[in-house]
Design a protein around this ligand. Structure first.
Ligand code: IMP
Length: 435
């Protein structure tokens, strides 16, 4: 029995989808614990393409229970669409296969509208570059104690009371502050009454269910969304998402005790990307030959918004922040194949911030923006890696690169990925198997 947390170590889009899919094979429960439909990943299984934003991809396996924890925020329309799209492909999501926490908060139509209106109103240098899915405004209401929970939706009179209490203020802000379209109370009530009926069979107590599973000796996989540097407390604030993306939130966002976590695996892309605004010290600007190669070869476009991802070299400062903040026990290094063909590869080992060396991301956003990476350079390799199936068959330079990452961070890779397919994976150590 083991409980394993998987988190992104950089700015999201590290390839968590593939690694989570792989590890799901060993899990009985797959749990999402934060974020909402700002996340997204695509999986191709048996020639069929699946895009997931809310439901854990574990749903593709027959014998797994997918769990949406209290820390997740749910746009019920998007969730039901995702279920419908799975049904079209022959996969019916039944209550035995998916459990939604009654404590999870709902993304309401006004949250989405406020997210977009607020971003539009910001000057170019102040924009966060949000996904426009209502994430920030929904978490604001949660912390402000005026949010609407899934459990409220199941109780029509409570839902009506909460909605009525919220809507005047939201419409006032939408109209008066942002000159945006207000939302309609009757339309939302109708829409959400339908959602309530459809979702009711899936709602329950996630903490109790996971505790029973653990006591019964079952394996639990916690699937983080976004990445460490997007964490609301520890990331490059304010250019972050509105939830805690680090491993500690696996416990808070699902009601699972911290002493029961066995392993924390950090997904580490072999280079770095970022989508949206904010500091990115190792960024290679658009037009830079290497940056453009990483972008094209790595297909670096956001799964949720389709935006071009900014690309840059591996950042050891970011990796070390992730090791510390998440208590990592292993890395899953992804997209190593994308680096093939580079004569020299750079790794940032620290930052120079206005003459002062930094081994962690400065908390001050002005200093984070001023951070200049200090690089070292190692030899690249020319062979493509996509057909490599064992660590021993990697070119010596690729092994040296991985070893350098390990030496810089103190954490060894447990998994190395050399392509998008399930078979393009070198499993050096299975985190579900006790050390
Ligand atoms: P929000 O989460 O939509 O509020 O967006 C806040 C910031 O997080 C923006 O820079 C987004 O691009 C980024 N972001 C949110 N979700 C993801 C993700 O799943 N992958 C990568 N970046 C993300």
């Amino acid at each position: 029995m083991a409980s394993v947390v998987v988190v992104g170590t950089q700015w999201g889009d590290e390839g968590k989808g593939k690694i989570v899919d792989l590890l799901t094979r060993y899990a009985d429960f797959v749990v999402r614990f934060q974020g909402g439909n700002n996340a997204g990943h695509t999986l191709v299984v048996d020639g069929k393409q699946y895009i997931f934003h809310i439901i854990p991809s574990g749903i593709l396996y027959e014998d797994k229970t997918c769990v949406i924890g209290n820390g997740v925020i749910i746009d019920p329309g998007v969730l039901l669409k995702e279920m419908a799209s799975l049904a079209e492909k022959g996969l019916t999501v039944t209550p035995g296969k998916m459990l939604i926490s009654s404590n999870a908060h709902l993304i309401m139509p006004y949250h989405q509208r406020l997210d977009v209106a607020r971003e539009n109103a910001l000057s170019k240098d102040k924009k966060i570059g949000t996904t426009g899915r209502g994430i920030g405004p929904c978490y604001v209401d949660k912390v402000g104690r005026v949010g609407v929970k899934v459990g409220d939706l199941m109780d029509p009179s409570l839902f009506k009371e909460k909605l009525e209490a919220a809507i005047d203020e939201k419409n006032f802000v939408l109209k008066k502050q942002f000159n945006a379209e207000p939302v309609d109370l009757a339309a939302i009530t109708d829409e959400f009454t339908r959602y309530a009926e459809q979702l009711a069979p899936f709602v329950g107590n996630v903490s109790v269910t996971l505790d029973k599973a653990r006591k019964a000796g079952q394996n639990i996989l916690f699937e983080g969304a976004q990445g460490t540097q997007l964490d609301i407390d520890h990331g490059t604030y304010p250019f972050v998402t509105s939830s805690n993306t680090i491993a500690g939130n696996a416990c808070i966002g699902s009601g699972f005790g911290p002493s029961h976590i066995d392993e924390v695996i950090g997904i580490l892309k072999a280079y770095t990307t970022r989508v949206g605004e904010g500091p990115f010290p190792t960024e290679l600007p658009e037009g830079d030959a290497i940056g453009d190669t990483l972008q094209q070869k790595g297909h670096e476009y956001g799964a949720t918004t389709g935006r071009r991802r900014r690309c840059g070299w591996f950042d050891g400062v970011v990796a070390n922040d992730a090791v510390r903040l998440n208590g990592l026990t292993g890395f899953a290094v992804t997209k190593l194949d994308v680096l093939s063909g580079m004569k020299k590869i750079k790794l940032a080992t620290q930052y120079d911030v206005e003459g002062t060396p930094y081994e962690y991301m400065p908390e001050n956003i002005r200093l984070a923006r001023a951070a200049k990476p200090v690089y070292e350079e190692v030899d690249g390799w020319s062979d493509e890696l996509t057909d490599v199936r064992s660590y021993d068959d990697l070119p010596q330079e690729a092994k040296s690169y991985l070893k350098r990452v390990e030496d810089l961070t103190g954490i060894a890779p447990a998994i190395v990925s050399v392509g998008p397919g399930r078979e393009q994976t070198l499993m050096l150590r299975n985190p579900f198997e006790k050390k």
